[in-house]
Design a protein around this ligand. Sequence first.
Ligand code: UDP
Length: 463
Amino acid sequence: MDDPTQAPPSIGGHVVAVPYPGRGHINPMMNLCKMLLSKNSDIIVTFVVTEEWLGFIGSDPKPRNIRFATIPNVIPSEHGRANDFVTFLEAVMTKMEAPFQDLLNRLQPPPTILVSDFYLFWVVRVANKINIPVASFFPMSASFFAVLKHYHLLQQNGHYPVKLSEDGDKRVDYIPGNSAIRLGDFPLSDDSWRSRTLLQSALNAVPWVQKAQYLLFPSIYELEPRAIDALKAEFSIPIYTVGPAIPYFGYGHIDAELGYFQWLDNQPSGSVLYICQGSFLSVSKEQIDEIAGGVRESGVRFLWVQRGESDRLKEMCGGRGLVLPWCDQLRVLQHPAIGGFWSHCGWNSTREGAFSGVPFLAFPIFMDQPLNGKFITEEWKVGWRVRTNVKEDTLITKDEIASLIKKFMDVGRDEARDMRKRSRELKQLCHCAIASGGSSQTNINAFLSHILQSAKPELGHSS
Ligand code: UDP
């Protein structure tokens, strides 16, 4: 099953999955593929990644029916993705299409359906050209998709560009499927080149969704029913929430070398704050230093994941916890010692925290993160904001952080106790969605039946 140009004997459909080459995109798409295969082992999946990503995930455990196919790296790997994000993003948009098309021509058996990351709009173009159905996989929330789809309304209402210092806290309620959103929580509340380029790429990709045959969200209907209902009313193609799209159905191996699970095993239940600001650096060094000072001063036990900075932070944070460059996040969140999640509110982390029933300290930075933070703090009420004021991008000081963390982790307080109760209820809701007859299971089955239908040669595909 390893050579994607060789056909296996008999199959129920050949899914070609094309994720954006980034952790937060690859993980949920891989999880969706595993989910599909767990329901029907006649399907085969070709998972298309760059050579760099094959190096990262090539040896991860996966079902036999998933095989990798590679295309060349879009920029020389020594340039690093986080260091030059804009160059990387532009290369993804312009340099992957030709090698992908070439690969597609060689794949055996011919693909039944493509599942492509929303950002990679050119996959939709290729699929349309060769008449293969394509599902657009939007890697963030449906509510955020609605924001992108209706972004022009900001301009129409005179709210773009927004002066955060004057209007950041003002709320607008004209985005379908969303309750009133603070202007400061829209993407582009900071005006860095990186944010602008990322937002523009997303806005450019939105119209291509209409040319796909399916729209998939790694979300759960019950987490954001208004947005899903609003989008279903707007689109003629089937829309499926297939989340949480996290690997709850089979964990990877424990990284015993780091021994952090042993450390967690020795901490009191609910006593450890897990801190992760995302898989690529998104906070200033000064702010990281303040967080470290606050964590130390709070005296709370912690496990902090911070790539590239772990040695420096280890010294700054004191002896109450661990600083690691990476961890098995979902498994950590599920550990009984974890009592809170300081998060940048990436959509994967948001679902993982919700699924694990852990309350959040929300510290979103850009793109969809502030809106996810709004869901966490205002809609589901399972977390508190670290930054309450959207008007200024000021440093949150270590004293503020220390006092917040202490309150947040103090289960003796009514406020903290009620929030934990709601977190457990949210966990329950997520678990119901994946139980038999639950919303996500039903949607995955429906999508699967489209795949199987398309695989029947006499019927061709539905487009
Ligand atoms: N992650 C992990 N270990 C870490 C840090 C992150 O496994 O030490 C995973 C995390 O579980 C999540 C993904 O990386 O699935 C990050 O995705 P998210 O959307 O939260 O944030 P991004 O990094 O894409 O902004």
